[in-house]
Ligand binder design. Sequence first.
Ligand SMILES: Nc1nc2c(c(=O)[nH]1)N[C@H]1C(S)=C(S)[C@@H](COP(=O)(O)OP(=O)(O)OC[C@H]3O[C@@H](n4cnc5c(=O)[nH]c(N)nc54)[C@H](O)[C@@H]3O)O[C@H]1N2
Ligand SMILES: Nc1nc2c(c(=O)[nH]1)N[C@H]1C(S)=C(S)[C@@H](COP(=O)(O)OP(=O)(O)OC[C@H]3O[C@@H](n4cnc5c(=O)[nH]c(N)nc54)[C@H](O)[C@@H]3O)O[C@H]1N2
Ligand SMILES: [Mo]
Length: 685
Amino acid sequence: MTTEQTPTTTTTPTTTTLPSACPLDCPDSCSLDVDVEDGRITRVDGSKLNDYTDGFICGKVRKIGEHVYGDERVREPLIRTGSKGDAAFRPATWDEAMERIVSEFKQAKQSHGGESILPYSYGGSNGYLSQDSVDERLFRRLGASQLLKTFCAVPSGAAHTGLYGRMPGVSLSEYVDSRMITVWGTNPSATGIHFVPVIKEAKKRGAYLVVVDPREIPLAKQADLHIALKPGTDLPVALGFINALFERGAADLDFLAEHATGVDELRARAAEWPLERVAEVSDVAIAKLQTWVDMYASTNPALIRCGWGLERNRNGGSAVAAVLALPAIAGKFGVRAGGFTMSNSGTWKSVSTEGAINERQPPTRVINMTQLGAALGQNAGDASTPPVKVLFVYNANPLATAPDQAGVEAGLRREDLFTVVFEQVMTDTARYADVVLPATTFLEHRELRGGYGSTCMFDAKPVINPVGKARSNASVFAELCDRLELSREGDPTSGDELTAAVLASTELGASWSEQLERDGIAVSDNPRPAQFVDLFPATADRKIHLVPGHLDAEAPMGLYGFQPDPATDAHPLALISPASSQTISSTFGQLIKGIVAIEISAEDAAARNISDGDRVRVFNAAGEVITDARVDQDLRAGVVVMPKGLWTRHTHNGATSNVLCPDTEADLGRGACYNDARVQVERAE
Ligand SMILES: Nc1nc2c(c(=O)[nH]1)N[C@H]1C(S)=C(S)[C@@H](COP(=O)(O)OP(=O)(O)OC[C@H]3O[C@@H](n4cnc5c(=O)[nH]c(N)nc54)[C@H](O)[C@@H]3O)O[C@H]1N2
Ligand SMILES: Nc1nc2c(c(=O)[nH]1)N[C@H]1C(S)=C(S)[C@@H](COP(=O)(O)OP(=O)(O)OC[C@H]3O[C@@H](n4cnc5c(=O)[nH]c(N)nc54)[C@H](O)[C@@H]3O)O[C@H]1N2
Ligand SMILES: [Mo]
């Protein structure tokens, strides 16, 4: 065992229970108890250390043993022997695999410059030790291209930061005390399960529940009001809401005068959206909109839980900004259980990994990860921009998660591209690699992570030895630095050194470090913040900026400018691809057996002569998916649904919704527009 942990309990002479914490990309950050028998995990369950997750966990992590020990686990370095995409490999030693990578790095740098190397990573680990630390050191010192990480939370982050300076949200457990809850563009029954009992309890105590989601998600069935808007129309809905508040004298002008800037400007922009026009564009009955505005204006305390479903389109940044402006306009701040929650990552905003990286970022070119297909295109390089010659993928599975799947696939097939995929399992992307490196899971390495929903931090030690020859990100990137002679005296590299370097970046680090050592968990200095009571915007003047100039300049139509639906007569249906309860993005996708269906409304199915179980072709100009149809009686017309994160094996033709997703950019932050896919569906013969 590499671990130095002391067992907390001993259930049988050979079973020890060790503490851990889940760093997967989910707001909840569960604390875990892991039973280990003879060096193998036999049980994973929740622990009570995190009182928000309170001892229960999702089904995915409960059976993570199938991921850790499954047939598809990558257990040793592999070198390609067949064609790209075939997953034909031979085993290799770490030494051989590393030497091959080092020689490709050197060659690419020599002939095309450092920018011909593209590191590609995303949400595989939300921890400070396995992303933006030693990996960044290597790629900065190589002078590699930079990756703009735009898959998720970027338009919403830009809006949240622009208006409130990343002011953390109301803690999710506080929602029990709210009298009105609006769940906007998030489906916690899949994506943050611990919020569901909180809402149930609030309802029991009499809270009024509104769900804003094109789908009838489980919470919508219990809601007092379900606003089943057309995808991508949250912006007009929220602006219409703001306008209605001003019009009926329900705007809190005193609060706004004291705490906000841009009030008149926002009011003028919202005035373009009378509820009649909103109803038409969003396809929501005006009576419903009126009831909702009335309830919100008259109920206190009221909370809005804003999720990520509304940001993944051309209007996403402005939509989130307008939603987050609502509590300010309606005067919902200044009391407990009033205000909003978006991401709570702002709890850790004082933490920086720069000390762990230990190298400044050189001014190299930036590539938007959402446009990987274009970046890998044969002719993407010219005299001023070198071609990508080496792609190093880790913490990500772009063939399954990036838009423009056909473009990504064509790029990965390029014979003159050298691709490394550093992975836990043989993903769709890994099948195209020249070299596959085996990565440890969080149960096999140390991870330091601060949550973005529940506001606690964990320093989780490994509970088992690495499976096979798997290694952690930190150790592999440090060795690559060594082999390339890029390491320097004083570079933090071990788990202890990296953890210390990260925590040293913030004044609060000493206190957190002490708590982590003593309790196994650190909590923020203000775990139950009340907005505008003991928590204020982190903007320079501590005010809410309702129309921040930099966002107004960035958005193509100005902030709050609406871009119409991209549907055409040929491709009239909006394809949305929300999270499913079986995967975390594409993680654990290998464990889903069989074909995954597309959900279509009864009305749209009937119009196309499609019955439940029929094989269908879902298509647009970018490509097609052949899969089975599931006719959903509860789904609104005009929308079809296929979960994000599917693998190529889950459809009949090996393409997923991502083949239909455009690589266009949202209005803010150049974020991905997955839900702007517009398609047609027909029966496949
Ligand atoms: N089980 C599980 N949990 C997860 C994840 C997972 O994959 N699986 N992923 C994690 C990650 S990476 C993230 S970012 C979060 C995401 O968590 P959520 O915020 O819940 O995000 P999504 O699942 O993308 O979308 C949420 C809802 O938005 C709806 N939606 C789609 N388009 C629109 C729209 O235009 N307007 C509105 N109002 N709603 C719309 C969808 O129908 C969906 O029900 O969850 C995290 N937790
Ligand atoms: N169609 C569609 N696609 C989407 C979305 C959508 O709404 N629609 N939403 C997107 C969202 S919200 C997100 S966040 C992205 C996620 O996009 P990705 O980050 O590409 O997806 P993940 O499935 O999280 O991939 C993480 C991979 O990292 C690996 N991994 C985990 N830990 C480690 C580690 O410590 N070291 C190494 N080397 N590897 C590790 C896992 O095995 C996994 O294969 O997907 C996006 N894709
Ligand atoms: Mo995400």
